[in-house]
Design a protein around this ligand. Structure first.
Ligand code: TYM
Length: 335
């Protein structure tokens, strides 16, 4: 039996942080051997908010090095740049024409990000989830491993696929309806400066997040300054102590421990004892990735060749689906 297909991606905006790593990449690495995987760099999504043309290409390349350094295995996973596969933009247009506007206006991320853009909010930001649906549906993905914040976008993707099937696939479904894959642990890593907000690339304070490429010094400084509480004894799942829950979760996942082990180890600890432990664990977990990352960034030819091959493999799959959708919608095939 052939393996089920997995697809996921990350926007190429700014540096990746522990939320992206623990909510997404690390899970991809853990499951990849059991699936046929497509992981991509969402550079078309990165321009839905004002972007810097001078850094877009470099950010994409850096992200390719991060995926590989984190353990993405090219024997079972294809990695590629979204804008290198033109079918993404084309399917997004076709799906735009079947997606009701009010489905998009309901999206929480749109509402949150639109507030920040004010009068200048672009159409692309509203349309962002349709492009995301195109990303997923082009590959007939069975599963989409993401963090908790993408759940609503995946529901929308399912709704769009069902609508296309309902309108144009009465005999045979046109699009495969994918399942979200959200792991409980790490699905929602919170800000270091406010345990009620998720860790995010767009938070103006660098102290709110640990980036994958942060130096040992920076990690130490950020953990030292992170928000805690005056209570001695550290526990998971206390709604009054979101920071405590978040920091214990980081310690648990980065240290490859179980929740029960960490709960027992930390129950009598104070912050003065815990913070150095978390610092050492974080540095130890990130150092091998950083080392590999720098090696890869010094080998531009290799990265180029991986991305060239990835685009070719991805295009082959995506173009087939695009043709299937255009046929179902009734277009005249190219003559
Ligand atoms: P993006 O770039 O915001 O985030 C990439 C991945 O990281 C996860 N994530 C988190 N997980 C846990 N805690 C956090 N604080 C945290 N912050 C981010 C996200 O859930 C995501 O899995 N729209 C997507 C990119 C995308 C995509 C796709 C994903 C475009 N097309 C198709 C899957 C399939 C996004 O902006 O993710």
């Amino acid at each position: 039996m052939s393996k089920k297909r997995v697809l996921s991606g990350i926007q190429t905006t700014g540096n990746l942080h522990l939320g992206n790593y623990l909510g997404a990449i690390r899970n991809w690495v853990d499951i990849q051997q059991d699936y046929d995987n497509f992981f991509f760099f969402a550079d078309l999504h990165a321009i839905t908010v004002p972007h810097d043309a001078k850094t877009l290409a470099e950010n994409t390349l850096k992200m390719a090095a991060v995926y590989l350094a984190s353990g993405i295995d090219l024997n079972c996973s294809t990695i590629f740049v979204q804008s290198h596969v033109s079918a993404h933009s084309e399917l997004a247009w076709l799906l735009n024409c079947v997606t009701p506007l009010n489905w998009l206006e309901r999206m929480i991320q749109f509402k949150e990000k639109a507030v920040k853009q004010g009068e200048n909010v672009g159409v692309g930001l509203l349309d962002y989830p349709v492009l995301m649906a195109a990303d997923i549906l082009l590959y007939d993905a069975d599963r989409v491993p993401v963090g908790e914040d993408q759940k609503q976008h995946l529901e929308l993707t399912r709704d769009i696929a069902a609508r296309v099937n309902d309108q144009f696939g009465k005999q045979k479904p046109v699009l495969k309806v994918p399942e979200p894959m959200i792991r409980e642990e790490g699905a929602r890593i919170m800000s270091l400066t406010d345990g009620s907000k998720k860790m995010s690339k767009s938070d103006p304070s660098e102290l709110s997040r640990i980036e994958l490429l942060d130096s040992a010094e920076a990690i130490k400084r950020k953990i030292k300054k992170c928000k805690t509480d005056p209570i001695k004894g550290l526990t998971f799942d206390d709604p009054e102590r979101p920071e405590c829950n978040n920091l214990l979760t980081l310690y648990q996942i980065l240290g490859n421990k179980t929740k029960v082990e960490v709960a027992a180890e930390c129950q009598d600890m104070g912050w003065g004892q815990f913070k150095p432990l978390l610092t050492a664990t974080t540095i130890e977990a990130l150092q091998p990735i950083q080392h590999k990352y720098h090696e890869l960034m010094n080998n531009r030819d290799y990265l180029d060749s991986v991305l060239r091959e990835g685009a070719s493999k991805a295009s082959a799959v995506a173009n087939q689906t695009l043709t299937r959708v255009k046929d179902a919608l009734g277009f005249l095939p190219p003559l």
